[in-house]
Write a protein that binds this ligand. Structure first.
Ligand code: MF3
Ligand code: CO
Ligand code: CO
Length: 274
C-alpha cells in the first residue's frame, strides 16, 4: 500500500525565500497557536509538576487547536515541546523531572498550521528564583527584542546579531554560538542561519518578505556548550545558568512583524503564580 505525500517544498541549500502575503497570513495563524500554547502552560509551571506533564498538556492543546506539533518525530525527537531547565541551553527532553522552587526553564514549541511553522519559546520561573537568574531572563528578553527592533529592509543580519550581542555583553553575559535562529515557513529549519552576534553592516541584506526566527541563548557564565549523550540536551560547559527567548518574525516594507506575540500578553519573563 502507498500513501501519497503532500508536495514538500524543497530546502534549496543557501537560497533565502522571499515570501508573499499568504505566507505572512499563514505564519500569523501558526504563530498565534504556538504563542497561545505557551500562554496555556503558564499556570501549570509550578513546583511538583513534571516536564512530561507539561509536554502532554502542550500536545493536547496543539491537536485541539487543529494544529500539529512540528517536533513530534522530527529527526527522531518524540515530544511536542523542549523543556530546558537551569543550565540546559536548549533541546531539554520532557520526562520525569519534577520542577522545583527556584528552577528557571525555557519552553520551546513549534506548531504546524496549514503547512506553516510557528516557532516560539519563553522563560518560566518556578516559585522564588535568584535575583541573578531573573536578571539573566530579563536581559535575554531585552536582547531578543533589541535584535528584532533592528530588522527592516536594508539592515543586515550583522546589524541584528550585533544588537543582541551588545545588549547581553553589556551585562557581562555571553552569547551561545553553537546554535542559531533559522529561516522558517513551510520548512521548519531553512536558510538563512540567524547568528545572535555580529558586526554592524556585516552579512546578508534584509529584504521585505524574509521570514525567520530570532532565538538568542544567553549564558550567565562562558559561551561554551556541550550536547549530552542523549543526542539532544545542550548544557553550559561551566554549568552556569542560561536563558532563551524565541519569536518567529517577517520583514515588512517598513520594519518587522512578530508572528508569535502572546495573545494573553504573557511574553515577558515573569514569576509563575504559586
Ligand atoms: N524549536 C526548536 C527551534 O527553535 C527546535 C527543536 S527541534 C526538536 O528551532 F526536535 F528538538 F524539537
Ligand atoms: Co523553537
Ligand atoms: Co527555532
Amino acid at each position: 500500500m502507498f500513501v501519497e505525500t503532500a508536495p514538500q517544498p524543497a530546502r534549496t541549500a543557501g537560497v533565502v525565500k522571499i515570501h508573499g502575503p499568504e505566507a505572512f497570513a499563514g505564519m500569523r495563524a501558526a504563530g498565534q497557536v504556538a504563542a497561545a500554547c505557551l500562554d496555556m502552560l503558564v499556570p501549570h509551571v509550578q513546583a511538583g509538576v513534571t516536564t512530561g506533564r507539561l509536554d502532554d498538556l502542550a500536545r493536547e492543546f496543539v491537536f485541539d487547536s487543529g494544529a500539529a506539533p512540528a517536533c513530534l518525530f522530527y529527526r527522531g525527537y518524540r515530544h511536542t515541546i523542549c523543556t530546558s531547565i537551569n543550565h540546559v541551553v536548549c533541546h531539554g527532553i520532557p520526562g520525569t523531572r519534577v520542577l522545583r522552587d527556584g528552577d528557571t526553564l525555557n519552553i520551546d514549541v513549534t506548531v504546524i498550521v496549514d503547512g506553516w511553522h510557528g516557532d516560539t519559546s519563553r522563560m518560566y520561573a518556578v516559585g522564588e528564583t535568584r535575583k541573578r537568574d531573573r536578571r539573566l531572563m530579563d536581559v535575554t528578553y531585552e536582547a531578543m527584542m533589541a535584535g528584532i527592533a533592528a530588522i527592516k529592509p536594508g539592515a543586515t543580519l550583522g546589524d541584528l546579531g550585533h544588537a543582541i550581542q551588545r545588549h547581553a555583553e553589556a551585562e557581562r553575559f555571553s552569547i551561545v554560538r553553537d546554535f542559531c535562529g533559522h529561516g522558517v515557513g513551510r520548512i521548519f529549519h531553512d536558510a538563512p542561519n540567524i547568528l545572535h552576534y555580529g558586526k554592524p553592516r556585516d552579512g546578508m541584506l534584509l529584504r521585505e518578505g524574509m521570514i525567520f526566527t530570532v532565538e538568542p541563548m544567553v549564558n550567565a557564565g562562558g559561551r561554551d556548550v556541550k550536547v549530552l549523550g542523549d543526542g539532544w540536551t545542550a548544557v553550559t560547559k561551566d554549568k552556569q545558568p542560561t536563558a532563551q527567548f524565541e519569536h518567529s518574525v517577517g520583514v515588512t516594507a517598513t520594519g518587522v512583524e512578530i508572528f508569535t506575540t502572546s495573545p494573553a500578553g504573557l511574553h515577558q519573563p515573569h514569576q509563575t503564580p504559586g
